[in-house]
Design a protein around this ligand. Structure first.
Ligand code: ADP
Ligand code: MG
Length: 248
């Protein structure tokens, strides 16, 4: 059997006395959409931060394409093709949409210029194609700060795609988005997986969204992995239901 694209094994991460992740093991399969759910504070975002190298883990192992990455820093891991988005969007509100995509490129490609007019035309075309892909082509010359929150999330998604990741970790991509844009975003996420072959690992609060999106779902509670399975298995899992009810 080929190993999973990301293999998390027995990961522990504490912040002072708070154990945010305790003995977490899971697999993110190549080419699939994997979901991660769990009540607030269960350690989902911490796990994402550990995977992309935002902080060192206390113990355990994280492998990407079979290679141990848990001691590598964020930039090294990003260059391997592993990127994340955040619960809060990180866009440049005074720049227009195209410029946001250009500055999101790693510096090795664009260090010779920060000036928009000096970017090679094919790079600008690629940015425009991706803005079309996420449905923001008509707004490509508007400053990002003028977009709605949901449109800013779509922009952030396009910024990540600009870097051609192998795997994208999305932290609550639909949180706070107007329901009409939620469906548009889900559709784009699925298409990026289907058409560009990007593996997705998605933290999501909205059960309807994650059931629709993921082929396999992991559920965390209080820093530990509680259950995993298909959407139908997770939906009917007593432990998952109890964890959510207990958290109300
Ligand atoms: P989730 O994303 O599932 O809501 P988090 O991973 O954000 O959960 O948080 C898990 C636990 O770790 C919480 O108790 C949170 O307060 C704590 N925590 C997360 N990040 C930090 C940090 N940088 N410093 C201290 N505590 C943190
Ligand atoms: Mg979180």
């Amino acid at each position: 059997m080929t190993p999973a694209l990301i293999e998390v094994r027995n990961v522990r991460k504490a912040f002072g006395g708070v154990v945010a992740n305790r003995d977490v093991s899971l697999d993110v399969e190549r080419g699939r959409i994997t979901g991660l759910i769990g009540p607030n504070g269960s350690g989902k975002t911490t796990l994402f931060s550990s995977i992309v190298g935002q902080h060192p883990i206390d113990s355990g192992s994280i492998r990407f394409e079979g290679r141990e990455i848990s001691r590598l820093d964020v930039q090294r891991i990003a260059r391997l093709g592993l990127l994340r988005t955040f619960q809060q969007t990180r866009i440049f509100s005074k720049m227009d949409c195209v410029q946001n995509l250009l500055v999101s490129l790693p510096h090795r490609e664009t260090a010779w210029s920060h000036m928009f007019r000096r970017y090679p035309p094919e790079v600008i075309e690629k940015a425009e194609r991706l803005l079309e892909f996420v449905g923001l082509y008509a707004k490509r010359r508007l400053v990002a700060g003028s977009l709605s929150f949901g449109q800013q999330k779509l922009l952030e998604f396009a910024m990540a795609l600009m870097n051609e990741p192998k795997v994208l970790l999305l932290d609550e991509p639909t949180a706070g988005i107007n329901p009409t844009l939620v469906n548009a975003l889900i559709e784009r996420l699925k298409r990026s997986n289907r058409e560009f072959g990007i593996t997705l690992f998605v933290i999501e609060h909205n059960m309807r969204v994650i059931m629709n999106l993921a082929s396999r779902i992991y559920c965390m509670s209080r820093g530990e992995l509680l259950a995993s399975g298909s959407p139908a298995e997770i939906r009917d899992d007593r432990r998952v239901i109890d964890a959510y009810l207990g958290a109300q």
